[in-house]
Design a protein around this ligand. Structure first.
Ligand code: 2HA
Ligand code: ZN
Length: 271
């Protein structure tokens, strides 16, 4: 059996987690990632046996047989690169849809992230929209969280503050950004609310907490977080001085036409 630490999907996952830590998105045990891994990608790296079964307290029947590389609960992103086997686990959703079968990792006896309901419910929602969406990523970018303290939590107005601050934004996420008010984290409820938003958006902001993002690849999900957080930083830096120059709706329209992403913009969001 080959060493899983050399598997391309695992190496990329670890690299991404380290980058997120170094950018300050994942302090302490903040943040979590799940990556849908195809059987062909992991079969040479794990034995067939299930190491242990971990109960889920929600129904993940739509994911039966699917495997995910996930971060562990209470684990620090800072430490993932030094000890993947402790901090990460490869789980497969069991035949009852209510059990996670551990195939590799969590060697200290730990369990998947406390946000597993939001991750798996978001995977269920996104696979219906786009079967290539394999990544769900959650983190705590500081400027974005600060923005949720001072701006209305209305999706259209929040998105437009971001779109109008920095040119690349409407091209990177023309569908906009979903926004949830404060909701107790780690619960099935926040999972259900996040997954409902994921029907329309690839990025959902959790007020006073952080962001959930999906993508086909780790790079794509990470790129959306970076773009939103960079722009929140620009906006929050400029705001105290008084903002006088923003991108107009007419200019946003020019952008979406030029980059051929017009069809993703919701009706009525650009005047
Ligand atoms: O503990 O970020 O939302 C990890 C988290 C919970
Ligand atoms: Zn969090």
């Amino acid at each position: 059996m080959k060493n899983i630490l050399s598997a391309p999907f695992l190496k990329e996952f670890v690299r991404t987690a380290s980058n997120m830590y170094r950018l300050g998105y994942d302090e302490r045990n903040g943040g979590n990632i799940s990556l849908l891994v195809d059987y062909d990608e992991y079969k040479d790296f794990v034995t067939e046996g299930v190491i242990r079964e971990i109960p889920l307290n929600f129904d993940a029947s739509e994911l039966i047989g699917k495997a995910f590389l996930v971060t562990g609960t209470g684990k620090y992103f800072k430490n993932i690169e030094y000890d993947p086997e402790v901090n990460l686990g490869l789980i497969r959703i069991g035949k009852d849809g209510k059990t996670a079968e551990l195939l590799w990792g969590f060697v200290d006896g730990s369990r998947p992230t406390s946000e597993l309901p939001s991750h798996l419910m978001s995977h269920i929602a996104r696979l219906k929209v786009n079967p290539n969406n394999k990544v769900v990523m959650h983190c705590h970018p500081g400027n974005l969280i600060a923005m949720t303290l001072v701006e209305k939590l209305d999706e259209k107005s929040f998105t437009k503050l971001i779109w109008k601050s920095n040119t690349e934004c409407i091209v990177v996420f023309p569908e906009g950004i979903g926004v949830l008010p404060w909701v107790l984290c780690g619960t099935n409820l926040i999972g259900e609310l996040t997954a409902a938003k994921m029907k329309d958006y690839r990025a959902v902001v959790w007020a006073n907490h952080g962001i959930f993002v999906v993508g086909d690849t780790l790079d794509e999900a990470f790129g959306i977080v970076e773009t939103i957080e960079k722009t929140a930083q620009i906006y929050m830096t400029a705001k105290p001085f008084g903002i006088i120059n923003t991108i107009t709706d007419a200019q946003l329209l020019e952008l979406v036409k030029f980059f051929k992403v017009e069809k993703f913009v919701k009706d009525g969001w650009l005047e």
